[in-house]
Write a protein that binds this ligand. Structure first.
Ligand SMILES: Nc1ncnc2c1ncn2[C@@H]1O[C@H](COP(=O)(O)OP(=O)(O)OP(=O)(O)O)[C@@H](O)[C@H]1O
Ligand SMILES: [Mg+2]
Length: 326
């Protein structure tokens, strides 16, 4: 099975004001080599933004090397980043260039920078300040012209206070902070993103794009997206594959947690049994919906329906009259 290629034209989609300032700043820093720290919840597009900065820079024809610092084993982190000479340690059978060397002339993207082992942090700082680094087992410093972009989903300042991240490195990386807002703070972009993923993924998988009806788009807008854009992308992909040949995507095709009427969801807290959706709701609609459901479930038995709702039969009758329900 082949993977969807990291689309060379993968564009960052979005026009929401909450995103606009970040995109504007990203375009400005792309023309320079200043250090950039990209912050945002998981799935908000940090790596995509880093790639976009590289693509808009004069380094675009040179390598873009992405490293996930959380995946660097402490004992190997230094040699993976900076390389080593043959014989530097047991098993080092040949010279190795390291990721910094591999990114020469281009961009090194340090993802999850908060997880970089403390022992390696001073070496990265030295490289950022002087462009020089030492390969393990090599007495002579090497040089590389590399633009460094870093990203984290953690609060790095908090990590500094907790002693897990060097303060000097934090300031060196955070010359320009770029923050990607969570998707629930830029809902107006959701229909545009759905359109984008529906079209580009259909082309990548050789499938027919789907049509989403208004109610489905509305439900997608109302949902909170804890997994942000990645969650939305993956849902679009799943629907695309499973609903080929369907007339239109309706709320019924959406996962339970997304299509719940009025966006109300149960919570685990006894004080707050349901959560008020971000975009608010119409209380009367909720009441009408609950009254209808109670009557439906009890086959129209008003006493039983009143019991289900924890109110007296008289109160139920009063409310049914108020809303002209039967
Ligand atoms: N604004 C956007 N427009 C189009 N695609 C986007 C956008 N934001 C994110 N994506 C897509 O969503 C997915 C997740 O984005 P990305 O990997 O950049 O997130 P991340 O912030 O690096 O997440 P994590 O912290 O979990 O690594 C990718 O497939 C990416 O292409
Ligand atoms: Mg990422």
């Amino acid at each position: 099975m082949h993977e969807v290629p990291a689309d060379p034209e993968a564009a960052l989609v979005g026009r929401a004001p909450a995103l606009a300032a970040t995109l504007r700043a990203a375009r400005l820093v792309a023309a320079t080599d200043v250090a950039v720290l990209i912050q945002g919840e998981s799935g908000t597009g940090k790596e995509l933004l880093a790639r976009e900065i590289h693509r808009c820079s004069r380094r675009r024809d040179k390598p873009f090397v992405a490293v996930n610092c959380a995946a660097l084993p402490e004992t190997l982190a230094e040699s993976l980043l900076f390389g080593h000479r043959r014989g530097a340690f047991t098993g080092a059978e040949a010279d190795a260039e390291g990721l910094v060397g591999a990114a020469r002339g281009g961009t090194l993207f340090l993802d999850e920078i908060g997880e970089l082992p403390l022992s390696v942090q001073p070496k990265l700082l030295r490289f950022l300040e002087s462009g020089e680094y030492l390969r393990l087992g090599d007495g002579r410093p090497a040089r590389a012209n590399v633009r460094v972009l870093a990203a984290t989903h953690r609060d790095l300042q908090q990590e500094v206070r907790a002693g897990r991240f060097r303060e000097d490195l934090y300031y060196r990386l955070n010359v320009v902070p770029l923050s990607l807002p969570p998707l629930r703070e830029r809902r107006e972009d959701i229909p545009r993103l759905v359109e984008h993923f529906n079209r580009t993924l259909a082309a990548a998988w050789n499938l027919e794009p789907l049509r989403y009806d208004e109610a489905a788009l509305e439900a997608l807008r109302a949902y909170d997206w804890p997994g942000n854009v990645r969650e939305l992308r993956n849902l679009c992909e799943r629907l695309l594959v499973l609903l080929q040949g369907t007339d239109a995507v309706t709320p019924l095709n959406l996962p339970e947690e997304i299509r719940t009427p009025a966006g109300i969801r149960a919570t685990d807290s006894p004080d707050e049994p349901v959560r008020l959706p971000e975009g608010g709701l119409r209380l009367e609609e909720v009441e009408i919906s609950l009254l209808r459901q109670a009557l439906e479930r009890t086959g129209g038995n008003r006493s039983a329906a009143a019991r289900l709702l924890g109110i007296s039969r008289d109160t139920l009758l009063y409310r049914l009259r108020k809303y002209a329900l039967r």
